[in-house]
Design a protein around this ligand. Structure first.
Ligand code: 26A
Length: 372
């Protein structure tokens, strides 16, 4: 699977800089809300399902899709027949909560669209716990979006009805109060699922980052984004300072872009992503590909060597569910970027937060709070 020699680093490197908490007090004193995240706030309706349920709704065991009319009854079925739990979700909102868990209150602001309803209230409550500031576009006509999460073993099938989240618009981003937050932030994180909603908002953040040498991070988020939302994804790629995805999204990207590497050649795909044309030439692009319990692969633009960072495995018995593991990885990783940590520490922080999250129910983080 690996076609070139790759550098290995030791599995666990102890951070040599001040602890996140000490750093944060210094950071918070100088600047509030350095990190701004954008995507689709959703309420997860999560239950342990069955093969039968997956089959009934034409769902794959491990996938993420947009709901079509045939999926509408799924949400009530999960609530009524499968003892579903309501959990704050939305991939980048999970990431924003994770980054805020690490960085503390006053560090992260999140944008997206919700309805004027009790589901939005659940989301507002959940983000308070980690000190995440949300600036939602509240839609008077559409309800808060929902994601049906069907757990079977270590797999999760996600089926999303975006509703109000689908009505996020550039007007909200460009409104004076929100645009002030954009101007103030130094790091932008966009969840790939937003390519289905408002590409102009993503472009606006990318342009702002490139013009001011800020940091723009995009997560591909799902294979269908790389395949069916290729055009808006590609329009944003010159702005990517960091691109994060998992191995199945990397394979989908390789396929839809006819990359001259095998779909299973994760280091080759990482190298291709890192070396796409870039708008801001002041810093090289970095591509980060997670692969579950296999090593995290990192490529840097202009460097032939690709680095692999082994994952610190945990006892399978400790895993609650893996829903949101990738979002948590991104949260820890981006928190490390905001703290100015070296790349290997950022990867380690991502793996650390993912490890904490998979021990919780859904895309959640443990309390009392743990520190990296
Ligand atoms: C547009 N789609 C399909 C989505 C999502 C989504 N977040 C935003 N947009 N589909 C699933 N999710 C979220 O992914 C998390 C797990 O990684 C779910 O809400 C879940 O919390």
């Amino acid at each position: 699977r690996l076609q070139r020699p790759y550098k290995k680093i030791s599995p666990h490197q102890t951070p040599t800089v001040a602890s996140p908490r000490r750093y944060l007090s210094a950071m918070a004193a100088t600047k509030e809300y350095p990190l701004l995240c954008l995507e689709n706030p959703l309420l997860d309706i999560q239950a342990v399902g069955s093969e039968e349920l997956l089959k009934k709704y034409n769902l794959k065991a491990n996938d993420a899709i947009l709901a079509s009319p045939e999926h509408v009854p799924l949400y009530d079925e999960l609530l009524n027949n499968y003892d579903a739990k309501l959990i704050a979700g939305g991939a980048a909102q999970n990431t924003a909560r994770g980054a805020s868990y690490v960085l503390g209150p006053g560090s992260v602001v999140y944008l997206g669209g919700v309805g004027d309803d009790k589901y939005a209230g659940i989301l507002r409550n959940a983000v308070k716990q980690v000190g995440l500031r949300v600036e939602y576009r509240v839609d008077p006509e559409h309800p808060t979006g929902r994601c049906g999460v069907v757990i079977t073993g270590h797999n999760r099938s996600l089926c999303t009805d975006l509703a109000a989240a689908n009505h996020y618009d550039l007007d909200h981003l460009k409104s004076p109060q929100i645009w002030d937050l954009v101007k103030n932030a130094e790091f932008y994180y966009v969840g790939g699922y937003h390519f289905t909603v408002c590409p102009p908002a993503i472009q606006a953040l990318g342009e702002e980052a490139a013009a001011n040498n800020k940091t723009f991070v995009v997560n591909v988020s799902a294979p269908f984004i790389a395949e069916f939302f290729k055009d808006p994804l590609d329009a944003s790629s010159p702005y990517w300072d960091y691109v994060i995805c998992n191995e199945s999204e990397a394979a989908a990207y390789a396929r839809s872009h006819a990359l001259p590497v095998a779909e299973t050649d994760v280091p080759g795909i990482a190298r291709a992503l890192a070396n796409l044309p870039k708008a801001n030439a002041k810093k090289p692009r970095i591509a980060v590909i997670t692969q579950g319990t296999l090593p995290t692969v990192v490529a840097v633009q202009g460097q032939d060597d690709v680095t692999q960072y082994p994952v610190h495995a945990i006892d399978a018995a400790k895993i609650n569910d893996t829903n949101g593991a990738g979002d948590a990885f991104a949260g820890g990783f981006v928190a490390g970027l905001v703290q100015g940590k070296p790349l290997e520490t950022c990867v380690d922080m991502g793996q650390w937060l993912a490890r904490l999250s998979i021990q919780e129910l859904g895309p959640s983080y443990p309390f009392p709070k743990q520190t990296y």
